[in-house]
Design a protein around this ligand. Structure first.
Ligand SMILES: NC(=O)c1ccc[n+]([C@@H]2O[C@H](COP(=O)([O-])OP(=O)(O)OC[C@H]3O[C@@H](n4cnc5c(N)ncnc54)[C@H](O)[C@@H]3O)[C@@H](O)[C@H]2O)c1
Ligand SMILES: O=C(O)C(=O)C[C@@H](O)[C@H](O)[C@H](O)COP(=O)(O)O
Ligand SMILES: [Zn+2]
Length: 373
């Protein structure tokens, strides 16, 4: 018998913007209540690959007496594009969406980022509810209100903070999620383990089989623990004035790899390399002990996630990292660990330090990386 859902509250900037992340099985019938009584029209945004789930959501809304319109968008990073946002604005306009109407995102993190951005911008902000269908969406992208599209210059360079009215993390969705996507989400789970909750790392290390099974109790506990980490941080610092930067652990290099690979790498795969790089940087500057630094590589590698990247791309990667949102003027800033679950910021005026750390993860162009993930 399925157990009761777990509800993790997120505190907003005002009591009216508090919301819940509900984690469990068979949650879709909760959607109308989560949208609230005033909503009449709903735009369901989903990629073509998830048409069946999108249709189920639309039917659930129609059964509750709501007018549901669907926007089918390109899959994955192709969806995080200004033209896709523009298409969604057009659908909203043609269907007379007002400020009391809403958007529902059904898909992975790319869809929740894009749909959140559309919701943030339509009429300067309407309600959005996220129904993440990937592990990464459940543990990270759907929670916390960062919305984004990519530009030619880099990842997530345009966006806003627009928290959802609620999140339904229905673990049933993981049944169809390809294994490499599940593992991609595990990179963010492991990030949460290193920055805040080492019990996550113990769970992964002790249960290698269950980690690859989206229906396992271990995966459910990992989802709950990761959401708890993120909920606590974004409740305290929605707009990334301080502690929220820690959720960016591994992302400075990670986003730059995604750009260098023209978004053909999974986000989690790029973050995996970025986490190992950040650990090496922490070790290089004398902040992180060897055991914790080495644990990054061993745990990520044990899942089949990449931990090296091609040495001939350093200069392009450095260019990409300069555009990271944590940069201030010419100063590059990184999240590093001062120890397990002790994240802090490192300002790097001298890029030779970065190069030294990169030498520890650099591979020959043809070897060492797994392009399949
Ligand atoms: N806003 C945030 O705080 C935040 C946090 C982390 C990541 N992100 C963003 O999220 C994106 C990555 O998210 P992602 O890994 O979910 O990628 P994604 O949205 O591209 O989904 C990955 C793939 O899995 C497929 N998929 C999703 N759910 C499925 C299911 N249940 N069954 C079968 N296929 C399914 C998708 O169609 C897609 O092909 C990146 O753009 C990243 O920048 C945002
Ligand atoms: O929620 C956050 O804050 C994060 O940094 C979570 C990251 O996992 C996520 O990939 C986020 O989209 C990165 O944000 P960005 O500000 O570096 O674009
Ligand atoms: Zn991320």
């Amino acid at each position: 018998m399925a157990s009761d859902p777990t509800v993790i509250p997120v505190t907003g900037e005002s009591p009216a913007s508090n919301y819940d992340v509900v984690i469990g099985n068979g949650l879709l019938d909760r959607l109308p209540a989560m949208l609230g009584e005033r909503v009449r029209r709903v735009l369901v945004i989903h990629p073509r690959a998830l048409r069946a789930t999108g249709d189920t959501v639309r039917d659930e809304l129609a059964a509750a007496g709501l007018t549901a319109v669907t926007a089918e968008i390109p899959d994955a990073e192709e969806g995080k594009h200004i033209q896709v946002a523009s298409f969604c604005w057009q659908v909203l306009g043609q269907n007379d969406f007002t400020r009391s109407d809403a958007i529902v995102a059904v898909g992975g993190g790319a869809v929740t980022d894009l749909a959140g951005f559309v919701a943030a911008t339509w009429l300067r902000g309407i309600k959005v509810v996220h129904i993440p269908t990937s592990l990464l969406g459940m543990v990270d992208a759907a929670v916390g209100g960062k919305t984004a599209i990519n530009t030619a210059e880099g990842k997530n360079l345009v966006g806003s903070f627009h928290p959802p009215a609620g999140v339904l993390a229905d673990l049933d969705a993981l049944a169809t999620l390809p294994k490499n996507e599940l593992l991609s989400g595990m990179a963010e789970v492991i990030k949460c383990g290193f920055i805040a909750d080492p019990a996550i790392l113990d769970l992964v290390e002790r249960n290698p089989e269950a980690v690859g099974d989206g229906a396992s109790d271990v995966v459910r506990e990992l989802v709950e623990r990761s959401v708890a980490v993120k909920a606590e941080i974004v409740s305290a610092d929605l707009r990334e004035a301080g502690r929220r930067e820690f959720l960016n652990y591994g992302h400075t290099l990670g986003h730059s790899i995604e750009l260098a690979e023209r978004y053909q790498w999974r986000h989690g795969a790029a973050v995996s390399v970025g986490l190992v790089f950040a650990a090496e940087l922490g070790r290089t500057v004398g902040r992180l002990d060897d055991a914790t630094a080495d644990r990054h590589k061993s745990i990520l590698e044990s899942l089949g996630l990449p931990v090296t990247y091609r040495k001939d791309r350093w200069s392009a990667l450095l260019d990409g990292m300069r555009r990271d949102k944590k940069s201030r003027g010419d100063l590059l800033r990184f999240v590093v660990l001062d120890g397990l679950a002790k994240p802090s910021m490192l300002e790097v005026p001298d890029t030779s330090l970065l190069f030294a750390a990169y030498q520890e993860i650099a591979s020959e162009p043809q070897g060492g990386i797994r392009l399949s993930l």
